[in-house]
Unconditional design. Structure first.
Lengths: 80, 268
């Protein structure tokens, strides 16, 4: 399930022991998710599209022109 | 005993390494990746065979890595470039615990355990800002080719402050600095320092621990390596000369050796 991009989501994730990793688009995104899972971490994806925590203003034109498939990876150690 | 090969289809360059049965580097080849990923993998593989005088039928296992690894139709197996780089670094510097790898479009920091397994890692966020693309664009805006970056920056007398690492905005920053009379070498020096600051952030986030090794195409510029060494403030290991660009391909080849040995054992 893709989580919404707002500060409440981030607060909940942090409270649940999740750690924000980084934001990527495909094809790297799926590869990184696999890699995190292979080192024993649970993964959740948060939308990085328009929302409260969108990219810096000067970066917007790049991301608009490149499409909107960027997602932020959150992870935590399994069974936490 | 057969030879084994590792092929790293990176975003900018595709590299191949051939390992002899006694784990010596028998040959290596490299070319620009372009967009025909399987084709370039074939070209580079053929070249490494030709360079080393080894026949294709004497290669028992091919392992592909890099972002284009799934497109290498003739590979026996694929692994992520993080895993391959870890193995490649271990070939040169056993016991390495932290790796910084700066390629054409990615910057990766990873922490390894004693068994050379990736324990944690970080990638540059969102785009190619702070990667080799940033240095390439900065050089191009000043009329220099990528291969001239190393020699250019070594003539720098004074670093010019470059605030960002965005390859797009580098153009306006470079033009502004040139109009102020700054020397291209000093601007390039500033661009490298900016990249180093970004790299240190990633290294801190993976909780860098010595021994540290640096790899990737950017590390072939000695100034980049010395700036990082100064900031990290401890001895760092870097594969010698051009080998710094072949670390992932080499790591893939060492994993190919293991796979071939396993296969041979199972068949016996």
């Amino acid at each position: 399930m893709l989580l919404k991009n707002n500060s409440k989501t981030a607060e909940k994730l942090l409270a649940g022991g999740w750690e924000k990793q980084f934001t990527r688009g495909e094809p790297r995104l799926s590869e990184m998710v696999d890699l995190f899972e292979s080192i024993g971490r649970e993964v959740q994806l948060q939308s990085a599209g328009p929302g409260e925590n969108y990219f810096r203003k000067e970066c917007e034109s790049c991301f608009v022109s490149c499409g909107n498939d960027q997602k932020t990876i959150w992870t935590r150690v399994k069974n936490k | 005993m057969k030879y084994v090969a590792g092929i790293d289809v990176g975003s900018t360059y595709t590299k191949a390494v051939l390992l002899s049965p006694d784990l010596k580097i028998a040959g290596r080849a490299m070319d620009l990746t372009g967009y025909k990923l399987n084709k370039i993998a074939e070209i580079v593989f053929d070249r490494v065979l030709k360079n080393s005088g080894v026949k294709a039928e004497d290669v028992g296992y091919v392992l592909a890595t890099g972002y284009g690894r799934h497109r290498v139709s003739f590979s026996d197996l694929t692994v992520t470039d993080l895993t391959a780089t870890a193995r490649g670094v271990n070939y040169f510097f056993p016991g390495t615990l932290t790796i910084l790898d700066i390629g054409g479009q990615t910057m990766k920091a990873s922490r390894l355990d004693e068994r050379v397994k990736v324990k944690s890692f970080r990638l540059n966020d969102k785009c190619a800002a702070g990667t080799g693309a940033f240095l390439e664009k900065t050089a191009r805006y000043m009329g220099y080719e990528t291969e001239e970056i190393g020699a250019l920056v070594q003539t720098s007398k004074e670093e010019v402050s470059i605030s960002g690492v965005c390859a797009v905005f580098a153009e306006s920053e470079v033009i502004n600095q040139l109009s102020l009379g700054s020397a291209p070498a000093d601007i390039m020096h500033g661009a490298m320092s900016s990249l180093v600051r970004r790299a240190l952030q990633l290294l801190r986030r993976v909780r860098m621990e010595a021994p540290v090794a640096l790899t990737g195409g950017i590390m072939r510029f000695p100034t980049m390596a010395s700036l990082l060494e100064k900031e990290i403030n401890q001895k760092i290991n870097i594969p010698e000369g051009e080998l710094v660009q072949f670390t992932a391909a080499l790591g893939a080849a060492t994993l190919a050796r293991k796979q071939l040995d396993k296969k041979t054992l199972n068949a016996a």
